[in-house]
Design a protein around this ligand. Structure first.
Ligand code: C5P
Length: 400
């Protein structure tokens, strides 16, 4: 059966380009159904869009015939991908806040399918803090975005970021989102970044992890089609395309969010989890003064990698840990597999400039082999690891 896209056309002058998008999707063998907002109908008519898709266009949440016929729940489910083009500031805001007062927003709230948005708006509206907040919220929920691009706006003389991506770009992003990667249908967890452990409301213990390697792995797994949850400590990195990010601070929050992501096919624990946390978190800021220098007693944090590795029946099929070592890298990593109960360890020597750097040089250690990978960009390490994971999970599926 051909792949099905539900195209939601929002109200912007770029709506005319969505007619071209329909044609390009159909040329690529994709079947297209169209929902138009009220505002969209000011720019292009349902008749024009309907003529291109060869069926009626859906416009009204409260139209009795339309609702009996198909209904917003069926529209939301009977597709493989929802594309919102143009995605206006208003549609993004509604989706970010879960509003559902028209057909387009109700469909977005009701769907369990991947969503790709192609925003378009005036550059000031795009740069506005409210839109940027909504954009970040939607990305963290795993929605994908293409554009907006920089360029000339419809208003004369205005330039900036806010142009809708071109129909071919949107088509390519839609086809990529529709493609069946080798990890399609597989659920993956990646932990990344540092954790921070509070001493009092303003002070904490943490480490220098940038989160780069973990984020790159989450992106690479999503590229291969996996449904990825990224549980991340504080970092400055954008959420990778198509990944659901859960932001946490402490090791205990990371453990809780990781367990909530079960069941899983693969868990890749890249986070630099703080080994210890202050035994007591002072409820108010510890004052300098009479009591002298405070002693901070520490206690051990839960080991997330070991906990997931020893889950018994609920254990992810493949558990991958990381090991940052400064000496005897391979021996220490093998000992770690045994101690933590994971399947693989990606070990790196952090005596150089790996932490926070752009490149990494690792050993992939499994129960029966050790592979030394050449030094390469963290993204390349991520893609190679994602390919190994795909190979292992598809081999496991065949053995079953
Ligand atoms: O024991 P060590 O910290 O060297 O182990 C590193 C590996 O264990 C990494 O994969 C890291 O994400 C994971 N880990 C964890 N929870 C901890 C400590 C480490 O998941 N509390």
């Amino acid at each position: 059966m051909s792949k099905r896209v539900l195209l939601i056309i929002g109200g912007g002058i770029a709506a005319y380009k969505s007619l071209e998008l329909i044609r390009r999707l159909k040329d690529a063998g994709v079947s297209v159904r169209v929902v138009m907002t009220d505002a969209a109908q000011r720019f292009v008519t349902p008749l024009a869009a309907g003529a291109l898709v060869g069926e009626r266009v859906f416009t009204d949440l409260f139209d009795q015939t339309q609702e009996f016929d198909v209904g917003h729940i069926r529209l939301a489910r009977e597709c493989d991908l929802i594309v919102v083009a143009p995605a206006t500031a208003d549609l993004m805001a509604k989706a970010a806040h879960g509003l559902a007062n028209d057909l387009a927003s109700a469909v977005l709230l009701a769907t369990d399918k991947p969503v790709l948005m192609a925003p378009v708006m005036n550059p000031h509206m795009w740069a506005n803090a409210a839109t940027q907040r909504n954009f970040a919220t939607l990305q963290a929920q795993g929605l994908r975005f293409i554009g907006p691009n920089e360029g000339e706006m419809a208003e004369r003389g205005e330039r900036g970021v806010g142009r809708m991506a071109e129909p071919e770009e949107i088509r390519d992003a839609a086809l990529a989102a529709l493609s069946d990667g080798p990890l399609k249908g597989k659920r993956a967890l990646v932990t990344a970044g540092p954790t921070i452990e509070a001493i009092d409301p303003v002070r904490f213990i943490s480490n220098r992890s940038s989160g780069k390697q973990g984020y790159a792995i989450a992106a690479a797994l999503a590229e291969l089609g996996a449904e990825v949850t990224l549980v991340s400590g504080p970092t400055n990195l954008p959420v990778p395309f198509g990944v659901k990010r859960i932001a946490i601070e402490s090791a205990r929050e990371m453990l809780e969010a990781s367990e909530a992501a079960l069941p899983l096919d693969v868990a890749v624990m890249v986070a630099a989890v703080a080994d210890w946390r202050p035994t007591k978190e002072a409820p108010t800021k510890i004052k300098k003064g009479a009591a002298g220098v405070p002693a901070i007693a520490l206690q051990e944090n839960p080991d997330i990698l070991a906990t997931l590795s020893k889950l018994g029946k609920k254990r992810p099929k493949l558990v991958v840990g990381f090991a940052a070592e400064t000496n005897d890298v391979e021996d220490n990593a093998r000992a770690k597999i045994a101690k933590k109960g994971c399947d693989w360890i990606v070990a790196n020597d952090v005596s150089g400039d790996v932490m926070g750097g752009a490149e990494n040089q690792v050993l992939l250690i499994t129960k029966d082999k050790t592979e030394a990978w050449p030094r390469m960009a963290k993204e390349a390490v991520a893609r190679k690891l994602a390919a190994e994971i795909a190979k292992s999970l598809t081999a496991k599926a065949r053995r079953k």
